[in-house]
Design a protein around this ligand. Structure first.
Ligand SMILES: [Zn+2]
Length: 333
């Protein structure tokens, strides 16, 4: 993920939207003075959806971290890919691995693999939930220059989104959704060079040009990036608003109705080139980015440092994101 654009000052605090419970409503079916029973609209049917477990997602982050940084061309990367393939298969998904060799900005030849886990394959109407699973090889934002050539543990910037997706997979196995769901884990999102946007997101660029199923379509997608840190702020990011404003509304409305408006804030943010950009631009599937960008300070403090470890992860953030995405997926028709 490259940080572009200027963060604007003036912190905007959006209160969570609370539904005021009315305890003194008249019974809507009480006859009026003429004995006529008023027609009242049926409340919209509650859609069945499973509960999201942040405890489970937290464990999935720890699991990924135990491999070490998941940097392409390393043993940790190979082992984690195998684990993700086996885990998602065990959770009832049909898993497709999309391997490729790509050239990085610095000339490195990278052996990468996108991991695609599908549910309800027969359904023609499908939604995508995605995150990058690789770790950045350079902690180039670390306060200590000695660490700049070391890899990032990537607890928040990588593993958190994957963990939310794994927990969604677990819930999809327990209670199948009506719609088809494709969970995509992008590789080589974070191998890029600052200032060169297209040097990032190599896995999603590859998939957007060559989807795992030729002619693949989804009605919309949600990308998750840095969704585990304390006090996360998910603004309405610029490319999401440009390419997928209806999806932004769908996701942010769902968050607010669940009481997560303190995370999913109304502020509009400058565009950020992330995996969703290429899915929108090349594959032309409307996709939003749920990405933690704080007003004035940008990404979380340990972004692209050696400090992006498990101590950054806060379960209430995982819960807010997981519940919101599950609600959107199970409501999709
Ligand atoms: Zn990153």
């Amino acid at each position: 993920m490259e940080q572009t654009g200027i963060m604007i000052a003036n912190r905007l605090l959006i209160a969570a939207a609370f539904c005021l419970m009315c305890t003194s409503c008249d019974d809507p079916k009480t006859p009026d003075s003429k004995g006529v029973v008023a027609e009242v609209a049926e409340p919209s049917k509650a859609i069945e959806r499973p509960a999201f477990s942040a405890d489970s997602a937290f464990v999935y982050i720890e699991k990924q971290l135990a491999f070490g940084p998941r940097v392409p061309n390393t043993g940790a990367h190979v082992q984690c890919a195998r684990w993700l393939e086996a885990k998602l298969t065990g959770l009832g998904a049909k898993v497709v691995m999309q391997p490729a060799n790509v050239k990085a900005w610095n000339g490195d030849q990278l052996s990468i693999v996108n991991i695609i886990a599908s549910y309800n394959l027969e359904a023609t109407r499908r939604v995508m939930v995605t995150a990058h699973w690789d770790s950045r090889p350079f902690a180039d934002q670390d306060a200590d220059p000695e660490n700049h050539d070391d890899p990032v543990p990537a607890a928040n910037d990588g593993a958190s989104g994957v963990a939310v997706i794994l927990e969604i997979a677990r819930q999809l196995q327990l209670l199948p959704a009506d719609i088809g769901v494709d969970l995509l884990l992008w590789d080589a999102e974070d191998y890029g060079s600052p200032g060169e946007s297209d040097s990032y997101a190599l896995g999603s660029q590859l998939w957007a040009r060559q989807p795992h199923v030729p002619g693949y379509r989804a009605i919309f997608g949600i990308n998750l990036d840095m969704v585990g840190a304390k006090y996360a702020q998910f603004p309405k990011e610029g490319y999401s608003m440009q390419y997928a404003p209806d999806v932004v509304q769908r996701v942010w409305d769902a968050a607010r109705s669940l009481g997560h408006g303190n995370f999913f804030i109304s502020r509009r943010n400058d565009p950020i080139v992330d995996d969703h950009y290429y899915v929108n631009k090349i594959a032309q599937i409307p996709m939003v980015d749920v990405i933690d960008i704080r007003q004035g300070t940008g990404f979380f403090d340990d972004w692209h440092t050696r400090g992006d470890d498990i101590t950054n992860i806060d379960k209430p953030t995982l819960q807010a994101v997981g519940e919101t995405v599950l609600a959107v997926v199970y409501q999709a028709r």
